[in-house]
Design a protein around this ligand. Structure first.
Ligand code: NAP
Length: 466
């Protein structure tokens, strides 16, 4: 009789696609199942693991990056193998994973940006905030982002924490950033930046803003920076007022915003202006560059679901600017062979189990975690319970997978397949070579690390160190 999957003589073989927080928390949760014998292979497009912890968290928020220590322990576990520099859908396909593993977890995050669909959106220097974040964090895809910081005023559209991050980076003194792991190319450009004001535009009111209180408070502590709020923007309609009573974050945010509105000394060299109830309607160009942003004042209206939405009132204004950062949220893109729900921009799933969009039929042995599962919201730590819930579903499914054959599930087969395809995959040991190289370069400059920012350079460091 065949042993149950996960028994000592029949280890469960699991593939995780994506080495970001959601995938690594899922692996962590699996490793904690002391009653199961298993091995986990984690595939990642880049040679570097940790996803948004490396490429998303702002360089002046080093304490948030401490979670990488937990993730490092996961990768160092003898039951886990890291396969970096392997692109899912190109070098390794779904059918390979289905053959080689009993279960697959897609942890691919949300790689693309949402669109505003307004005229002028594609003018040069109208950039998704997600690309700008990748640029200052040394993400290889955005190494050469043509961000032009030669204008005096930038506008950031959106009221989330990413908007807070990019705003802070634009006005923080480069000397203060020099001690972080910000990418060298970004630091160099920020040193020559002429930006003196960042206008942050929320389409709804202050109560509906999705930034959190520590992040909006932090703006007021930046050296050489005034934060300006028009007290009239803080007058609330009845619904917002009662919502604010019940929402701790909104209440905390309002307290901070009132404090900013009461400040009258605006003599600092740089400023952040927080504006509410206004939507962009056109990015106005002149000579192929951004000259201004045209905005429309909004009012709040209750939609059929009882939520407050913004609605234009037909009053327009033009803000002169040369840089627009669109910080209106991330978007998951479909991946090879996996059902996708375009309405929610997520992998089609029910509680983490991938399901067929038309029939609702469960795709046995396929799961999703993180932003690809629930949409692009939540802090890094929110992934821990979310990934653990998917792992619970995976364990509950094991009896249904019992009949899967084990012929191709020898751990050496995937290595052979990747080698056969000529892929120079990066192991955990290889990553440690690159990690130590970056940390040593940082130590010499009193910084946490100096990032290597292109894949060929990363691979050169690894090959030399092997
Ligand atoms: P977000 O919190 O969803 O914020 C998106 C913002 O864009 C909202 O204010 C939204 O307004 C606005 N928006 C959407 N479409 C718009 C449009 N067409 N025109 C104008 N505004 C529009 O997303 P995020 O800032 O990308 O952050 C993603 C997640 O990462 C969040 O959970 C965030 O907390 C987290 N994060 C955390 C940190 C941190 O802890 N320091 C840092 C970065 C990110 P509406 O509300 O009106 O839709």
């Amino acid at each position: 009789m065949t042993a149950p999957l996960g028994a000592a003589d029949r280890p469960l073989r699991i593939a995780v696609v994506g080495a970001g927080p959601a995938g690594l928390y899922a692996a962590d949760s699996l490793l904690r199942r002391g009653d199961m014998s298993l091995s986990i292979d984690i595939f990642n497009r880049f040679p570097t693991p940790f996803g948004l912890v490396r490429d998303g968290v702002a360089p002046d928020h080093q304490s948030i990056k401490a979670v990488a220590r937990i993730f490092d322990r996961v990768l160092a576990d003898p039951r886990v193998r890291f396969f970096g520099n392997v692109t899912y859908g190109v070098e390794l396909r779904r059918r390979d994973l289905k053959r080689l593993y009993h279960q697959i977890i897609y942890a691919v995050g949300a790689q693309a940006d949402r669109r505003m669909s307004i005229p002028g959106e594609d003018l040069p220097n109208s950039l998704p905030a997600s690309s700008f974040v990748g640029w200052y964090n040394g993400h290889p895809d955005y190494r050469d982002l043509p961000a032009d910081l030669s204008c005096e005023r930038a506008v950031v559209i959106g009221n989330g924490n990413v908007a807070m991050d990019v705003t802070r980076i634009l006005v923080t003194s480069p000397d203060a950033l020099a001690g972080t792991d910000i990418a060298d190319h970004a630091l160099e450009k920020l040193r020559h930046s002429r930006i003196r004001e960042v206008v942050v535009l929320g389409r709804r009111g202050p109560v509906q803003a999705s930034f959190t209180t520590p992040e909006v408070r932090e703006l007021g502590k930046l050296e050489g920076v005034d934060v300006i709020v028009d007290p009239r923007d803080l007058r609330l309609d009845a619904v917002s007022e009662s919502d604010a009573e019940e929402d701790r974050t909104a209440k905390g945010n309002l307290r901070i915003l009132h404090d900013y509105a009461a400040r009258t000394d605006h003599s600092a060299p740089r400023r952040i202006t927080l504006r509410f109830l206004a939507s962009p309607v056109e990015i106005v160009g002149a000579d192929g560059r951004i000259a201004a942003l045209r905005i429309e004042q909004n009012e709040l209206v209750v939609d059929p679901n009882g939520a407050l939405r913004s609605r234009g009132v037909g009053r327009f204004e033009t803000i002169p600017t040369g840089l627009v950062l669109r910080s209106i949220g991330y978007r998951t893109v479909p991946i090879e062979g996996v059902p996708f729900d375009p309405a929610t921009s997520t992998i089609n799933n029910v509680a983490g189990q991938v399901v067929h969009p038309n029939t609702g039929e469960v795709l046995q042995g396929e799961y999703v975690v993180g932003w690809a599962k629930r949409g692009p919201t939540g802090l890094i730590g929110n992934n821990k319970p979310d990934s653990a819930a998917t792992v619970d579903a995976m364990v509950a499914d094991l009896p249904a997978l019992q009949r899967l054959g084990d012929n191709h599930r020898d751990p050496s087969q995937v290595e052979a397949l990747l080698r056969e395809r000529g892929i120079d995959y990066v192991t955990y040991g290889d990553w440690r070579i690159l990690d130590q190289h970056e940390v040593a370069a940082g130590r010499a400059q009193g910084r946490p690390r100096v990032k290597v920012t292109t894949v060929p350079e990363m691979m050169a460091v690894i090959r030399e160190g092997r």
